[in-house]
Write a protein that binds this ligand. Structure first.
Ligand code: PAF
Length: 257
């Protein structure tokens, strides 16, 4: 696996690695969910590029940017053994050479849901993803469906900017209890993990009952401390809730019975 740190590195390594480029942008702290994105990238492209960049502009000052899990050596080993061709690890200066100015704004898909609680988030995401796209110039990019609203926001950005990139959504990877895999799950204590594992059960049930208020009270009685939202959109039930200091998001497809 080759390492790129700058736009120039990426350009010269790409010349050595011809073919369709499938790109997986990440913030590191990789888990099995990321590996399923990489597998999908391998299936769709000739070369796989993964980026690791914990993007400061998608965190609010009160959020977990400083404590976000980082283990670049472990991540690099994992990616290398998965057969990833290029790992792109830019610094803040490479991505934001002129400071944290946001050139583009997230649009319709960003309205409501996450934005009601994290208003800074999607502008941060579209700006960093656009900059990563201009470094890597991929043919295909893979994003997890766990962040379902993010996936819609990125699809909309690619359409609006007319970027020649195919966006592929990867199905949610879950543990044996159905908990959606997330780098933030490492924050959960044993007791919190038990509570967290009920989120997907409540969402699946709500996809049948469509009773969003009962869903909220069930989560609270299961031990969640706060429910940001449980709502229907894009044929899915999407939810965000807090266990202690950890915010979890998940979504399930609504299938009509
Ligand atoms: O989903 C993520 O890990 C991040 O939001 C992304 C897409 C890598 C942008 O920083």
């Amino acid at each position: 696996m080759q390492i790129a740190k700058t736009f120039d590195d990426i350009n010269s390594l790409k010349k050595e690695n011809p073919g369709r480029i499938a790109f997986v942008p990440t913030m590191g702290a990789l888990h099995k969910g990321h590996l399923s994105l990489i597998q999908l990238a391998k299936n769709h492209g000739d070369q796989v590029i993964v980026s690791i960049f914990v993007n400061p502009t998608q965190f609010a000052p009160n959020e977990d940017f400083d404590s976000y899990p980082r283990d670049i050596e472990k991540d690099a080993k994992m990616l290398s053994s998965e057969g990833v061709n290029i790992l792109f690890i830019p610094t803040n200066e490479v991505i934001y050479p002129n400071g944290y100015n946001s050139e583009i704004k997230a649009k319709e898909a960003a309205k409501g849901l996450e934005t009601d609680f994290r208003p800074h988030f999607f502008d941060g995401v579209v700006n960093v993803v656009n900059r990563l796209f201009s470094a890597v110039k991929p043919d295909i990019a893979i994003f997890g469906e766990k962040d379902f609203q993010q996936l819609q926001v990125i699809r909309e950005m690619v359409e609006t900017l007319n970027l020649p990139i195919e966006i592929i959504g990867a199905p949610i990877a879950r543990d044996e209890y159905g908990l959606a895999l997330s780098s933030r799950n490492t924050y959960l204590s044993k007791d919190e993990l038990k509570i967290a594992r009920t989120l997907n059960v409540v969402l699946r049930n709500t996809a049948i009952t469509k009773d969003y208020e009962t869903a909220k009270s069930r989560l609270l009685s299961n031990g969640f401390d706060k429910v940001d939202y449980i709502k229907q959109r894009w044929g899915r039930v999407l939810g965000a809730a807090w266990v202690g200091g950890t915010r979890l998001i998940d979504n399930v497809e609504i299938t009509d019975f």
